[in-house]
Design a protein around this ligand. Structure first.
Ligand SMILES: [Zn+2]
Length: 294
């Protein structure tokens, strides 16, 4: 990306807001870190565009377009091709934009009383000093600007970090897992990036000098990973091995919900689970498979 001054970036952000109709403060102020590892995306917002419809997407596990933690829209210049999806996310729809719109310094025709006593439309001039349109009255971002609707991929089940309980090891492991899973969309992502950019010896020193704050940070990663666990699964250590961290099936919750009638064991339109004689289990929502374990 070419270098832009903070002033130019501020102008571009306002242009993006105008051209894409995002003037209600929808755009996030923090960049989306983790877009192909070292890139960062400046313009994005939670959910899919308001005018789009659910049926346009192939959304996994019952996710809907207004699911704020699992659906995001990126606004980006795709003139030379769309960027690849970031780790943990999948692009499900691309909407090309005309890239231009009327500027707000140019409010369109008004109906003033003319000197001769008649009334009629007069096009009001654009502001010649307007930084958004350079006095043209038309904001032009460029060709190729798109909205990319992205959906979080479901984390794979199974072990992710094994055999260590040292805080410094867990910090870097959890940080890496969080970013691989597409991040949380909170400030915790920036902390995770700092951790994976830090070498092992420095992390170890940090953990021994500041045990309290390193445990707090580990707790933050843990909390965000918990929120990413698939349906009827949990993040944490597996039963019987306190040093084996990953995403695991929550058999207890499944048993409880079957017993209370919240989870069906025969196919239907909602969530249901198929457990065979060998103990293999597959969770579905309607006809869609959510996960399967042996
Ligand atoms: Zn203008």
């Amino acid at each position: 990306m070419e270098y832009m001054t903070p002033e130019e970036l501020a102008v571009e952000r306002q242009q993006v807001e105008l051209v894409f109709g995002l003037t209600g403060g929808e755009l996030e102020t923090d960049p989306w870190y983790g877009w192909y590892r070292d890139g960062k995306l400046l313009y994005w917002y939670e959910q899919a565009p308001e005018w789009s419809v659910d049926s346009a997407y192939d959304l996994p596990r019952g996710i809907e377009r207004d699911d704020a933690s699992n659906v995001r829209t990126v606004v980006v210049d795709c003139l030379f091709g769309a960027p690849p999806a970031p780790s943990g996310w999948r692009i499900v729809e691309t909407y090309l934009n005309s890239g231009e719109t009327e500027c707000w310094c140019h409010p369109g025709p008004s109906y003033p009383r003319h000197d001769d006593g008649t009334y009629g439309p007069t096009v009001r001039a654009a502001d010649p000093d307007c930084p958004l349109c350079d006095g043209d009255g038309i904001v032009y971002l460029g060709d190729g600007w798109c909205e990319l609707v992205c959906v979080r991929e479901q984390p794979e089940l199974g072990t992710r970090s094994h055999g260590t309980l040292r805080t410094s090891d867990l910090l870097s492991a959890f940080a890496g897992i969080l970013l691989d899973c597409g991040g949380s969309g909170t400030t915790t992502d920036a902390a995770a990036r700092r951790i994976i950019d830090t070498d092992g010896a420095t992390l170890e020193r940090y953990a021994s000098l500041f045990p309290g704050s390193s445990c707090d940070l580990l707790g933050e990663f843990d909390e965000q990973l918990t929120s990413l666990a698939p349906l009827y699964c949990y993040w944490g250590h597996i039963e019987g091995d306190g040093a084996d961290f990953g995403f695991w099936v929550d058999h207890e919750q499944i048993r409880d919900d079957i017993a209370q009638g919240y989870l069906d064991t025969e196919s239907g339109p909602n969530e249901w689970i198929d457990i065979n004689d060998h103990g293999n289990a597959t969770l579905y929502i309607g006809a869609r498979e959510v996960w399967s374990v042996v």
